[in-house]
Design a protein around this ligand. Structure first.
Ligand code: FAD
Ligand code: NAP
Length: 337
């Protein structure tokens, strides 16, 4: 059922007030198809958990659709691995917990990421050295214009660093309905990234299980990141920039402690949070919004901020970082201007 003039505040983790002129939910592909036949212009905006969006405009004129397709099924059971199929409307963290309960390995480092399974391929979600492309098998998506279901393999998704074909050349053309993951039956743990090993040591665990790694990730994340239920935010607002060696060398001459990580083709990944911190923005507020005190990559709404205020703050930060380091930060969050 399509409803009119619905507040989107409960549907975005930034807690921004915006109104959907038209709003509907669907919990199956057939329901989605029915809604689309009632929408001749096919102008739609899909929402999962709303944890990676910023509404800058007050009114969304596209039909806002909330994906609630559920389901979790092992569709292939092999000697060493399984293929799990999940409905796009499953909550990502609940999906991870179900995989761990069943003893499947591969998504534990991605514990506690907010949002839905269906949005996970959009930006190839990643944390602690793992990205969904590492476990991704294929997905099914409905082509909005024709109503046909198309399958995309790992290669066809053109995954990159917080990127996929759905954020670039196929932007706005598909609704992802089902995602398939290939997970290992034997643990192949990756604990060397970030503070996982230290956290496991703190927990007194020498030989961690898949569940232990997940618990360590949950514990680190809970200590550093604002819980969107308490403070409005959309996680990292900016991507970590990947720059040429020459740009990195220039920065390192002035700041010998600049964190840097090797990227593809000799390039260098910098930590956007660190760059922002050097400009003095970490923990700064502008009344009811600002930059989080523990993680400068996260912009926060303490209550009542508008999307335009958050967006303008992000522009100010981009300009400051550009002036200090010559590096242009790119927004990771999907902006609706
Ligand atoms: P939404 O915000 O609802 O949508 C995001 C975009 O995807 C929108 O453009 C939307 O139109 C589109 N979309 C959503 N569902 C579909 C679909 N079914 N088909 C087609 N398009 C769709 N991200 C990381 O990568 N790593 C992290 O560690 C991480 N940590 C976070 C921590 C916090 C506290 C928060 C608030 C966010 C974090 N994020 C992280 C960002 C966010 O959680 C992810 O990007 C997540 O995948 C977004 O899912 P969602 O369902 O909320 O997407
Ligand atoms: P962190 O551990 O303090 O590290 C800061 C940055 O350095 C991270 O952004 C990370 O890049 C990079 N980094 C650290 N160790 C690295 C290594 N061994 N190799 C390459 N890069 C390394 O980061 P954090 O803020 O606490 O976040 C922890 C993880 O959760 C990170 O992977 C981060 O991406 C993820 N996260 C993402 C979001 C989001 O919204 N996208 C929000 C919160 C946390 P990467 O970001 O490339 O990993």
């Amino acid at each position: 059922m399509i409803r009119q003039n619905i507040s989107l505040k409960p549907y975005n983790t930034f807690g921004i007030e915006a109104t959907a002129s038209k709003f509907a939910r669907f919990s199956s592909v057939n329901e989605l198809k029915d809604i689309l036949t009632e929408t001749p212009d096919k102008e739609i905006l899909i929402l999962g958990g709303g944890s990676n969006v910023l509404f800058v405009k007050d009114t969304i004129d596209e039909l806002v659709l909330l994906n609630e397709i559920k389901g979790f099924e092992v569709v292939e059971d092999n000697l060493d691995d399984v293929v799990v199929s999940a409905g796009a409307g499953e909550i990502w963290h609940e999906f991870v917990m179900k995989c761990i309960e069943k003893g499947f390995c591969g998504v534990e480092n991605l514990s506690l990421i907010p949002g839905s399974v269906g949005a996970s391929p959009m930006q190839n979600i990643g944390a602690y050295g793992v990205e969904i492309k590492d476990v991704f098998e294929k997905l099914e998506a409905l082509h909005i214009q024709t109503g046909e279901i198309h399958t995309f393999t790992n290669k066809e998704c053109e995954f990159g660093y917080r990127e996929s074909v759905f954020k670039r050349k196929l932007k706005g053309q598909y609704v992802i309905t089902q995602v398939y993951f290939r997970l290992k039956k034997q643990p192949n743990l990756n604990t060397s990234y970030g503070a996982i090993d230290t956290e496991l040591a703190k927990m007194g665990i020498a030989n961690p299980s898949v569940k232990d790694v997940s618990n360590a990730v949950i514990s680190i994340r809970s200590s550093k990141l604002p819980n969107p239920k308490e403070i409005g935010n959309a996680g990292s607002f900016f991507k970590n920039p990947v720059v040429d060696q020459s740009v990195y060398q220039k920065i390192a001459q002035k700041y010998d402690s600049v964190p840097n990580y090797p990227a593809e083709n000799g390039a260098v990944k910098l930590a956007a949070g660190w760059l922002i911190e050097q400009t003095g923005w970490k923990g700064k507020t502008k009344g009811h919004y600002g930059v989080h005190k523990l993680q400068a990559l996260v912009l926060v709404n303490y209550g009542g901020a508008t999307g335009a205020e958050i967006y303008d703050l992000s522009t100010e930060i981009i300009e400051k970082v550009k002036a200090e380091f010559g590096v242009t930060l790119e927004r990771e969050v999907n902006i609706y201007l």
